[in-house]
Write a protein that binds this ligand. Structure first.
Ligand SMILES: Cc1cc2nc3c(=O)[nH]c(=O)nc-3n(C[C@H](O)[C@H](O)[C@H](O)COP(=O)(O)O)c2cc1C
Length: 339
């Protein structure tokens, strides 16, 4: 009720302006907003012991990458009730991203974005995370999503992933390699088996030094579902924690950019369901982290019923506000308790 009124005002303005201003406010007044969200929205959903939970999250709901790229509002996500936040995408150097406007809202709870990884770069993001971890009272975990700078050639791209992994992994509870954003030219061409194998090979040494759960974030746009089969091979070969499925889709008629939210759901769900089944058969101990179009408690329940564990949220939070978190987690508790 409160959010539907607030949304009427917020949605009068440019989406990126509102996003930016909200993060600035959260950053400037962390105590005020934390206690507000804690008081009005937080719920105490707990993982029960029989559930798989290798990342040791307090609950399975994670803020998706892109919402807090620079880790400026970490206490706020914790106060809203998330079990973790995926910061980023973070690149080695700061960059501005693509030309504005670059986020568009549709009436049916769908977003189109062509951000192109605007971020403060790995050094600044690392200090923000370090500050949060130092002062942290609570239990929220921080995943870090890493990518390449726009100006780094595709031939040198592995070096960007190596640098960001080396620098950021000591602060991360998990790391996600992003090879699936449609907004950095050529990035999606990295999502093939041979490039990924080479990249993971290069990361072996850094991972020995700083062993952190490692995920690959994939897009929903490969031609056939069986084109995703190589992921279970790589996951086993390099002992990854699993796959984040999926990023936005570039299968639309609005020019450049990626679609998230309601119009992504079917496509993303097909990939997720396929991966869940495929992983169940080939490497059942690995994780498929779900994201893409899930915005109603029943979407999450369906994911959990199919064997999914961790799930992320972005567009649904923008359209429905933080009240959605409690509703989603309620279905998780019901499922876990076997109701
Ligand atoms: C404005 C915007 C920016 C995003 N930025 C990133 C990003 O930097 N890195 C990334 O891996 N995904 C990014 N995403 C994709 C989300 O993490 C998520 O995969 C996608 O939005 C689908 O989830 P949803 O339907 O719940 O929004 C972005 C999405 C939006 C809407």
């Amino acid at each position: 009720m409160f959010y539907s009124l607030l949304k009427k005002i917020l949605f009068q303005f440019d989406p990126e302006f509102i996003h930016h201003e909200s993060l600035e406010l959260f950053h400037a007044f962390p105590h005020f907003f934390s206690s507000f969200f804690h008081h009005h929205f937080k719920t105490d959903t707990q993982f029960l012991t029989h559930r798989r939970n290798p990342l040791k999250l307090v609950n399975p709901l994670i803020v998706a990458a892109g919402l807090d790229k620079n880790a400026v509002a970490l206490p706020i996500w914790e106060a809203m009730g998330f079990g973790a936040v995926e910061v980023g995408t973070v690149t080695p150097l700061a960059q501005l991203g693509n030309a504005k406007p670059r986020i568009f809202r549709f009436k049916d709870e769908t977003l189109l974005n062509s951000m192109g990884f605007p971020n403060l770069g790995m050094h600044a993001v690392a200090s923000n995370i370090a500050r949060f971890k130092k002062s942290q009272q609570g239990m929220m975990k921080v995943g870090i999503n890493i990518g390449k700078n726009k100006n780094t050639s595709l031939e040198n791209s592995i070096n960007d992933y190596l640098q960001t992994y080396e620098y950021l992994s000591p602060l991360a509870d998990y790391v996600a390699i992003n090879i699936s954003s449609p907004n950095t030219p050529g990035l999606r061409s990295l999502g093939n088996e041979s490039w990924l194998r080479e990249c993971l090979q290069e990361l072996v040494h850094a991972r020995k030094k700083n062993p952190k759960a490692l995920f690959i974030k994939v897009g929903p746009d490969l031609a056939k579902l069986t084109d995703y089969d190589f992921l279970s091979r790589l996951t086993q070969e390099f002992d990854l924690a699993g796959i984040v499925a999926t990023n936005t889709t570039s299968d639309h008629l609005y020019g450049s950019g990626g679609i998230s939210g309601a119009r992504l759901l079917n496509k993303s769900r097909m990939v997720r369901e396929y991966l869940l089944k495929h992983f169940q058969q080939t490497c059942p101990e690995k994780i498929v982290m779900g994201v893409g179009g899930m915005s109603r408690p029943e979407h999450f329940q369906e994911f959990w019923n199919s064997g999914g564990v961790y799930a992320q949220l972005y567009s649904g939070l923008i359209y429905q506000g933080p009240g959605i978190i409690r509703k989603i987690l309620h279905t998780f508790t019901m499922k876990t308790l076997g109701h």
